[in-house]
Design a protein. Structure first.
Length: 109
């Protein structure tokens, strides 16, 4: 059963573009992970300050294996850090991971 992980990231209004830029800079970093099914970064279109990172995994074990992998650590380091420099200032003020599975749904016919 597909496992869905949602990372709800609280981002000040003036930092959203930087968050999107950082995600774009590492686009595809998780694509080769065993059991990975998809990724989306959702930008709020109302007054909310939470951006949502949605990933889909074949199962919980696949997600946990990726979290424990060197690829996870590498993918969450900035280009500056990977080159031996310092980490950039965080753009978020809070983050929490939510876990879901599909209970029901539909698709266009």
């Amino acid at each position: 059963m597909t496992t869905i992980k949602i990372n709800a990231i609280t981002v000040p209004e003036d930092a959203g573009d930087e968050l999107a830029h950082r995600f774009a800079a590492r686009a595809g970093a998780v694509d080769g992970a065993e059991g990975f099914e998809g990724f989306e970064l959702l930008k709020p279109t109302d007054e909310r300050d939470q951006w949502l990172v949605i990933t889909r995994w074949r199962d919980e074990a696949s997600f946990q294996a990726w979290m424990d992998s060197p690829a996870f650590a590498h993918g969450h380091r900035s280009a500056s850090e990977r080159a031996g420099g310092e980490a950039p200032k965080p753009v978020s003020t809070h983050s929490e991971v939510w876990s879901y599975e599909v209970a029901t749904g539909s698709s266009p016919s």
